[in-house]
Design a protein around this ligand. Structure first.
Ligand SMILES: N[C@@H](CCC(=O)N[C@@H](CS)C(=O)NCC(=O)O)C(=O)O
Length: 217
């Protein structure tokens, strides 16, 4: 079976990327250079009209949206715990993944891609400030989950949830949120990043975990 994952380094495509690696799936990672607009070419838009990563191609068929891609990978590898097997636990995990995808992730977009939402520079500053505070509160809520990790959020096996938590925690640095202000979350992510499959994906995507740069005094 030919499986291709279109990804961008450090983007949300990290979530299915980790899942494929954890599953030991044979797949081709296809780097999409967002800064060069490779997600806006006619060929790419034909795969995903939203011009976003991730895109999964399986035998020429195309699947978009993280939650759906994760569901497909998990269904191919039952027993790995990428999503829980128990129906209620699985629905709970999907609920958290959906919340990150439809609430936390778009909040970060308002911080990082503010110009996409509003033209006026004053309005941009206001939006960025408000979105940063909402993002901080969302990360604090996520930090509340990690105290129960044994050792991962869903128990003994790493899952998509851990990978999405790493992704949005890391983005916090770009939003100017010092990871030291949420040490439990920072330490949890650092530990998850040491899992061999996760470390392999981070090495392939070539990113640093800590994106925070303190403002110059
Ligand atoms: N809801 C989408 C979100 C995908 C998304 O926001 N991807 C970002 C990277 S994290 C992207 O490709 N951004 C480029 C752009 O929108 O121009 C999903 O679940 O796949």
């Amino acid at each position: 079976m030919t499986i291709r994952l279109h990804y961008a380094p450090g983007a949300c495509s990290f979530v299915p990327h980790v899942g494929l690696e954890l599953a030991g799936e044979a797949f081709e990672p296809v780097l999409v250079k967002l800064h060069k607009g490779e997600h806006q070419t006619p060929e790419y838009l034909a795969m995903n009209p939203d011009g976003q990563v991730p895109v999964l191609q399986v035998e020429g068929r195309t699947l978009t949206q993280i939650v759906a891609i994760c569901d497909w990978i998990a269904a191919r590898h039952p027993g790995l715990g990428l999503l829980p097997a128990d129906p209620w636990a699985r629905a709970q995990t999907l609920s958290l993944l959906a919340w990150i995808n439809n609430t936390v992730h778009p909040t970060f977009a308002q911080v990082f891609l503010t110009k996409k939402f509003v033209d006026d520079p004053g309005a941009q500053a206001l939006l960025r400030a408000s979105a940063t505070e909402r993002y901080r509160a969302q990360l604090e809520r996520i930090q509340g989950w990690v105290g129960c990790a044994q050792p991962f959020l869903n128990g003994e096996q790493p899952s998509f949830l851990d990978a999405y938590v790493l992704t949005v925690q890391r983005w916090g640095g770009y939003a100017g949120i010092d990871p030291a202000t949420m040490p439990a979350l920072r330490d949890y992510v650092a530990r998850f990043a040491q899992h061999p499959a996760v470390a392999a994906v981070i090495a392939r995507e070539r990113f640093e975990l800590n994106t925070y740069k303190p403002a110059a005094a």
